[in-house]
Design a protein around this ligand. Structure first.
Ligand SMILES: Cc1cc2nc3c(=O)[nH]c(=O)nc-3n(C[C@H](O)[C@H](O)[C@H](O)COP(=O)(O)O)c2cc1C
Ligand SMILES: Nc1ncnc2c1ncn2[C@@H]1O[C@H](COP(=O)(O)OP(=O)(O)O)[C@@H](O)[C@H]1O
Length: 279
């Protein structure tokens, strides 16, 4: 994973910035970044609620360095004070890029027109980016994911939705009774709706086609689980503690089966659907 490289960048060289929350780093956010100069940077205002691309996972989606400002530390500043802070942090600042709905200053009191008055450099305002006439915002992407509409979410994100998780030990019955799975514990990322998904899994720097299950294992121990089965690979040894899952398409919802055999048949059917998708 590409962690934030901003600490290695000399702030004196930064001459343009894009400002926002940037959860998701979706296609509208990318349009803002396209308007940065060569020595541009991203200013991410941290509210603590980012769940599509939590703070430590955002840098991989842009070549521009990201500088984080904690909302708690700046929320009392009025508009003039906020811009003054940015100008003192970035001495060579000449251009600010924001979206049409950007607000700043205490209680979000200042709008884009105020920015033009307060900042003495160039202000670029990006009008609302839409896809199929529907505005692109991270809140809608979260809704798509929670409804299991992965393909829609991925179009808005401009990439496959990806989560990072810690590899944990499962019940130990998958391989014996059903199929082998890698079990994950997920902390900061929003999980899509419970169910079964065509997916890709990244383990030890290799990307594999996979099928993933999210939900309570109603048929076995009833516990909540995030599990992924790598297609066409037996006995994959996972060395890395961190595993990534990219979601592609929901195949079905989570179900309770009356017997292990019925669940096994359903899982084999899921695997066939995924194989048809990939091969
Ligand atoms: C593709 C796939 C689909 C699954 N679907 C369900 C399901 O619908 N209902 C359920 O209770 N468990 C489902 N499971 C979870 C299994 O119950 C779980 O893999 C099994 O209990 C083994 O768990 P373990 O890896 O912790 O040993 C599914 C697992 C996979 C890989
Ligand atoms: N659909 C969009 N079109 C144009 N600009 C946008 C759009 N969505 C967000 N922005 C801009 O991107 C920056 C980050 O906004 P943010 O509030 O984090 O995004 P979101 O609305 O997706 O939650 C802000 O400057 C905002 O005005």
């Amino acid at each position: 994973m590409k962690r934030s490289s901003s600490i290695l960048i000399n702030k004196e060289n930064i001459d343009s910035i894009a400002i926002g929350g940037f959860d998701g780093m979706h296609i509208a956010h990318q349009e803002l970044f396209n308007n940065l100069s060569q020595n541009g940077a991203i200013i991410s205002i941290e509210t603590g609620y980012a769940s599509l691309t939590p703070k430590n996972y955002r840098q991989e989606y842009s070549r521009f360095p990201i500088f984080y400002y904690d909302l708690q530390n700046i929320k009392e500043l009025n508009g003039i004070e906020f811009i003054k802070l940015l100008k003192s942090d970035f001495k060579n600042l000449k251009k600010i890029v924001v979206g049409f709905d950007f607000c700043f200053g205490k209680n979000r009191a200042c709008k884009v027109d105020d920015l033009k008055k307060v900042f003495d450099g160039e202000v670029v305002i990006i009008s609302e980016i839409k896809l199929d006439n529907f505005p692109v915002h991270s809140r809608y992407i979260r809704e798509f994911l929670l409804n299991g509409q992965i393909e829609q979410a991925n179009r808005f994100l401009g990439k496959e939705y990806k989560i990072y998780g810690k590899h944990i030990i499962g019940q130990g019955i998958g391989k014996k009774e059903f199929v082998a799975t890698i079990n994950l514990s997920i902390d900061e990322f929003l999980l899509p709706q419970n169910g079964v998904y065509i997916s890709k899994t990244i383990v030890d720097d290799c990307e594999y086609n996979s099928i993933s299950f999210l939900g309570h294992r109603q048929t076995t121990d009833g516990n909540f689980a995030v599990e992924t089965h790598i297609l066409n690979v037996d006995n994959l040894e996972v060395k890395d503690n961190i595993v990534q899952i990219k979601f592609i398409k929901q195949i079905r919802e989570n179900k309770k089966f009356d017997s292990f055999l019925e669940l096994k048949n359903e899982i084999l059917n899921d695997i066939n659907i995924a194989k048809k998708y990939f091969y």
